[in-house]
Write a protein that binds this ligand. Structure first.
Ligand code: PEP
Ligand code: MG
Length: 592
């Protein structure tokens, strides 16, 4: 313990949930569970299998109970996290292999399930993919619970301290985070984890500042040490000095007042100082999020990522289930448009259910994903198209296809859309005959030949996340090459310019729905290039609207001109930061 610091020390991790917290550490030690191992007589084997089945049932009941509690306290979205856990308990591979292991080793169930479960976890952790790593952590969580039910050992269980505290742990399993007493919880800090880990999603929805991915932080602090958690920047300071506390206290107040001010200002129209209109829309992943989009004053939903309806369910959602989700989002937006993207499965979005006929591929990001999968599974695709068309009877629904790489694919997709319309017509089911269908431009071939896609598209929506990944051959999830992912690179800017020009020549609208659209620094550049709609996560919309309202269209066009003429992407970024900085400085001066 002596090696742990008593002076101020700063640690940098991943900013996972915004906010600033200050308090005493509650160090959560994961309880080591012991795994008994002994031989089982052959004739006792059926009884051992029965013990396994009972433990599976008991574990299922416990998880469902936690899920119910979360549903009541936090809502449906957060409760759905536990669907993945319930699926682990139904995983035929895991259960079947554990029974085979018991039979071949003639050993007890605890030993067998522990060996097999850890084999699965190691295989998933070897793959450099954030999503799959999270699946490994789901299995670990369920495995510990199963073992505890089989052996009667208590899980660590967060005994909520009665004083306010900052929870520090190596990792927090989703089922443990569900037990966190948020009345006393000031902040959350973990060695492991990423921005998309389930615990972080729960922290964010509880508005608890969190920093994750700190390596071996648990070895650097003592129980009851005082820490300061900066969830904005991903910094944790142990034993902060008075100066630091003063600085952060001030910063906390300043950030809160800037945020409030921006929210108040964002009630106005999304137009520049000289009246140039830009549509600011929201990206959503569930029907419930549409309400949030409406509340922050979005001009519509620019991207509904429907694959999340398909990812954590046991089976393919039915036409009626999908229709209900689409209709709920459309009704939440009133008369505003809702752009529903057809299924973009594959790549990093692998569904939990085996019903989808998805196989392991050497290069999943270049593989059988999104529209490619849909065109090969027309039953799945038509079902979704029918559900979207039916929702179009209730508002301004638009459709958009992901990962189009050629005019041929687009034509095929539109033909299937016509087929779905013909079916509904014949059945006398209402839908909007003039529904717009747009194309996502996120593959270099589609960008370069975007003029060949205009005729079959009602609009273009540029998916910069994938477009930059494929243009620069930089895996968007790999932190080792993240420095090469450069939105202001001349190749990216010229490509964006080319797409916008093709859209304008074909007289169709062009939006950006990748993360670039929600980055207030990039916004003037995109508008200057001629993009007319930006779609982003609802949380950043007030900040983007503030930028739009505080610039002139001429300034944006000058920035775009400068950017297209510049050969050094870093210089472009510097100029954009300078522009954004000047707007923020003015707001800062007025507010603080
Ligand atoms: C994109 O690629 O920019 C995009 C919006 O789609 P996703 O992030 O869902 O791949
Ligand atoms: Mg994409």
């Amino acid at each position: 313990m002596d090696s742990k610091p008593s002076e101020e020390h700063q640690y940098i991790g991943i900013a996972a949930s915004p906010g600033i917290a200050h308090g005493a550490v509650y160090l959560l030690q994961e309880k080591k569970l012991s795994v008994p191992k002994y031989k089982i007589e052959k004739d006792r084997m059926p009884a051992e299998v029965a013990r396994f089945e009972n433990a599976l049932i008991e574990t299922r009941k416990q998880i469902q109970k936690i899920q119910e509690a979360i549903r009541e306290s936090l809502g449906e979205d957060e409760a759905r996290i536990f669907d993945a856990h319930l699926l682990v308990l139904e995983d035929n591979a895991l259960i079947g292999e554990s029974i085979r292991e018991m039979e071949s080793t003639q050993e007890n169930v605890e030993a067998a399930v522990w060996t097999v479960g850890n084999r699965f976890i190691e295989a998933l952790e070897r793959i450099h993919d954030e999503y799959l790593r999270e699946r490994a952590s789901d299995i670990r969580d369920v495995l510990r619970r199963l073992l505890s039910n089989l052996t009667g050992q208590a899980l660590s269980g967060i005994e909520s301290p009665k004083e306010k505290h900052v929870l520090v742990a190596h990792d927090i399993a989703p089922s443990e985070s569900a037990c966190v007493d948020n009345a006393h919880l000031l902040g959350l800090v973990t060695d492991a984890g990423s921005k998309t880990s389930h615990t972080v999603i729960v922290a964010r929805s509880m508005n608890i500042p969190a920093v994750v991915g700190l390596g071996d932080f648990t070895k650097k602090v003592n129980h009851k040490d005082i820490v300061l958690v900066d969830g904005f920047e991903g910094i944790v300071i142990v034993n902060p000095t008075k100066d630091t506390l003063y600085r952060y206290g001030k910063l906390k107040d300043e950030r809160a007042s800037i945020k409030e001010r921006m929210l108040a200002l964002s009630k106005g129209a999304s137009q520049t100082q000289d009246g140039y209109q830009v549509k600011l829309m929201a990206n959503i992943e569930s029907a419930e999020e549409a309400k949030k989009a409406f509340e922050v004053g979005a001009d519509g939903v620019g991207l509904f990522r429907t694959e999340f309806l398909f990812m954590n369910t046991k089976s393919l959602p039915t036409e009626d289930e999908q229709y209900l989700a689409y209709r709920t989002s459309v009704e939440a937006m009133g008369d505003l448009p809702v752009v529903i993207r057809t299924l973009d499965l594959g790549g990093d979005k692998v569904p939990a259910s085996s019903e989808y006929d998805m196989v392991d591929e050497a290069n999943p990001f270049l593989g059988y994903r999104a529209i490619r999968y849909c065109l090969g599974h027309t039953d799945v695709f038509i079902l979704q198209l029918r559900a979207i068309l039916r929702a179009s009877a209730h508002g301004d629904v638009r459709i958009m296809y992901p990962m189009i790489s050629s005019a041929f694919e687009l034509k095929e997709a539109n033909e299937l859309l016509e087929q779905a319309k013909a079916e509904l017509r014949e059945e006398g089911v209402a839908f909007n005959e003039n529904l717009q269908s747009g194309t996502m431009i996120e593959i270099p071939s589609a960008a370069i030949a975007s003029d060949t896609l205009v005729k079959e598209s009602s609009f273009f929506s540029i998916g910069t996340n994938d477009l930059i990944q494929y243009l620069m051959a930089v895996d968007r999830l790999n932190d080792r090459v993240a420095h090469l992912y450069e939105p202001t690179n001349p190749a990216v800017l010229r490509t964006l310019d080319m797409i916008v020009k093709a859209a304008k020549a074909g007289n169709i609208g062009v939006s950006v729905c990748g993360e670039m659209a929600g980055d207030p620094v990039m916004v003037p550049l995109l508008i200057g290039l001629g993009v007319d709609t930006l779609s982003m996560s609802p949380g950043v919309l007030p900040n983007v609207k503030f930028v739009v309202q505080n610039m002139k269209i001429g300034e944006a066009r000058d920035l775009a001109k400068m950017a297209l003429a510049e050969t050094d992407g870093t210089k472009v970024l510097e100029r954009l930061l300078e522009f954004y900085g000047s707007r923020m400085a003015a707001l800062y001066e007025e507010t603080v």
